[in-house]
Design a protein around this ligand. Structure first.
Ligand code: NAG
Ligand code: NAG
Ligand code: NAG
Length: 310
């Protein structure tokens, strides 16, 4: 009976197919913290307390000017817990099944909560980048994440000042040219045993803000070797990490990409990827909301199966 109830709850809550993904657990310092599970946690009694801010489902954020771009829809407000970790720890984000069509960069940012994260508004954050992966050796960072077992590891800088922070992980999926899909989420952390390092002003950005005016490539046609990950550089005091820290080969690129720079304009050549017509040939692999209702049984099966990409 209980199972039946849960299933009904699941079916009515799945508004788009589980063809996207979210972080279902995060591990650091040997502690495994379950993330906010949007398809089950709301129906638990009591509703579980998580260190990851709530998300409504596994779908993307589209509007980079909306506060949802900070920590996903509903993530602008805090949750009660924080993840207690030491500075210098590796933090691994475990994603649910991620479709291999959803290619794009992976980034990790942090922002001080200026005190208590549970009352901190994410869109007020001054974000600094601790890790990034773009397009390297013919591989998008999202594909590396997939190849590594749906996980991505970033290092909390060892010298970072102790205190409460948001850690913002994100994949951007570029399969629909002209309509990038953003999949951000935020962990509330308390960093202990840190140092004196603080980001410089030039290393800070904002969400919304950073992606305003940013021009994404057409991943099917453009020269991806020119791809520069959006936003400021990884902070100078960042430690090594197991993930890709691509820095562009040419000298001037990206050292001070401002928040409004198009992704390709920092080289000598003009932005080459503006005005690309939207490519809508991916509706079969990334269903929209209108179509989702018709395929609920399919999506529920996929969700339960968690098998893999399609
Ligand atoms: C972390 O815990 C979740 C259950 O909450 C489990 O499904 C997952 O496999 C664990 N991850 C690791 C790497 O042990
Ligand atoms: C989408 O269109 C591009 C050409 O613009 C093509 O190369 C690619 O294979 C198509 N993707 C799908 C999933 O059909
Ligand atoms: C569902 O998607 C198909 C393309 O796969 C489209 O032709 C159709 O109009 C969509 N239906 C609705 C209700 O949006």
């Amino acid at each position: 009976m209980r199972h039946f109830t849960i299933l009904v709850a699941l079916l009515s809550s799945v508004t788009y197919v589980a063809a996207h993904g979210y972080v279902s657990s995060v591990i650091a310092d040997g502690q495994n913290q379950t993330g906010w599970l949007p398809f089950t946690d709301p129906y638990e009694s009591p509703v579980p307390t998580r260190v990851i801010r709530k998300i409504p489902g596994n779908g993307p954020v589209y509007d980079v000017t909306n506060t949802d771009i900070a920590c996903n829809q509903g993530g602008n407000v805090g949750v009660d817990d924080t993840f207690e970790i030491n500075a210098g720890s590796d933090m691994t984000f475990y994603w649910t099944a991620w479709p291999d069509s959803h290619k794009g960069p992976v980034t990790t940012f942090m922002a001080s909560c200026n005190g208590d994260c549970s009352t901190f508004t994410a869109s007020d954050g001054q974000w600094f980048k601790i890790d990034q992966g773009g397009y390297t050796n013919g591989q998008w960072a999202s594909m590396k994440l997939l190849a590594d077992g749906n996980q991505w590891t970033s290092t909390i800088p060892a010298g970072l000042a102790s205190g409460q922070y948001l850690v913002r992980y994100e994949i951007v999926a570029l399969h629909n040219v002209g309509q990038p899909q953003y999949f951000p989420g935020c962990v509330q952390v308390t960093v202990n045993n840190g140092g004196a390092d603080q980001p410089a002003a030039s290393e800070l950005t904002s969400f919304p803000g950073m992606y305003n005016g940013y021009v994404w490539p057409n991943i099917y046609n453009d020269d991806l070797t020119k791809f520069v990950v959006a936003g400021p550089n990884v902070v100078s005091f960042a430690d090594g990490s197991s993930s890709d820290r691509t820095t562009p080969s040419s000298s001037s690129v990206s050292s001070s990409v401002s928040s409004s720079s198009p992704g390709y304009s920092s080289t000598a050549s003009p932005p080459s990827y503006t005005g690309t017509p939207a490519n809508t040939n991916d509706t079969s692999t990334c269903m929209n909301k209108r179509n989702a209702s018709k395929k609920r049984s399919l999506s529920a099966r996929r969700f339960h199966g968690r098998s893999s990409n399609h």
